[in-house]
Design a protein around this ligand. Structure first.
Ligand code: SAH
Length: 216
């Protein structure tokens, strides 16, 4: 049988730290969250490998490094209210929930959302509210957010997400074409949006009003 604790420690040491993940709180949660609970049984042995894995509905759980990079880029504090678009397996949701006050997570596939909700319940994580909807329009009733993480790609930055950011709020989102994007970090400061390109990346499409109109 696999020793998941050993594999988890090794993942942080070999995949995250050498690539520049430094934030202590980020590294701590990555040492704690059992990624094996978020992958399909048939990929259990691959839980800590350096790549994404299928989770059903044509979607994937992101590569650990990308989840860590997005998390670190959000500069989270324990008092933050965070919006996540693309719950998927709930792995990233769990990481966020352990690092901030409350998380609002939107997924378009109810099957994925339900599975994720169950895993978080088993882990006794209570500061997450789920919704099955098109997340490209954000979650207006709950805005403003201190941070917004989008785990699916968009052709451009959705205007409602910028509007729903708090002052000094951070938005991390992959923007580009269907098959290749730039991971962007946008910060709202005095009504102005500062933008930084983090790196190149490939995410599944965000399908919705401010995303793509179909899967490909
Ligand atoms: N971070 C997740 C991976 C998510 S993959 C994890 O760790 O498992 C991206 C997810 O975004 C998919 O589950 C997909 O169904 C979802 N998605 C795509 N478009 C969406 C939209 N408009 N609103 C909400 N979720 C969306």
């Amino acid at each position: 049988m696999n020793n998941f604790n050993t594999l988890r420690t090794k993942m942080v040491k070999e995949q995250l730290i050498p690539r520049g993940i430094k934030d202590k709180r980020t590294l701590k949660v990555f040492r704690e969250v059992p990624r094996e609970l978020f992958v399909d049984d048939k990929y259990l042995d691959n839980s800590y490998e350096d790549h994404p894995l299928p989770i059903g509905n044509g979607q994937t759980i992101s590569q650990p490094y990308i989840v860590a990079l997005m998390t670190e880029s959000l500069s989270l504090s324990p008092t933050d209210k965070v919006l996540e678009i693309g719950t998927g397996s709930g792995y990233q949701t769990t990481i966020l929930a352990k690092m901030c006050r409350e998380v609002y997570s939107i997924e378009r596939f109810s099957g994925l959302a339900k599975k994720a909700e169950k895993v978080l319940e088993d882990l006794e994580i209570k500061n997450v509210t789920f919704k099955i909807a098109d997340g490209s329009i954000g979650w207006e009733e709950q805005a403003p957010f201190d941070a917004i993480l989008v785990a699916a790609s968009a052709p451009r930055v959705p205007e409602p997400l910028l509007e729903q950011l708090n002052e000094n709020g951070r938005l991390v989102i992959p923007v580009g074409s269907m098959y290749s994007q730039s991971l962007l970090r946008l910060v709202k400061k005095g009504g102005v949006i500062e933008r930084k390109d983090i790196c190149g990346c490939v995410f599944v499409p965000m399908v919705g009003k401010y995303g793509w109109t179909n899967e490909r």
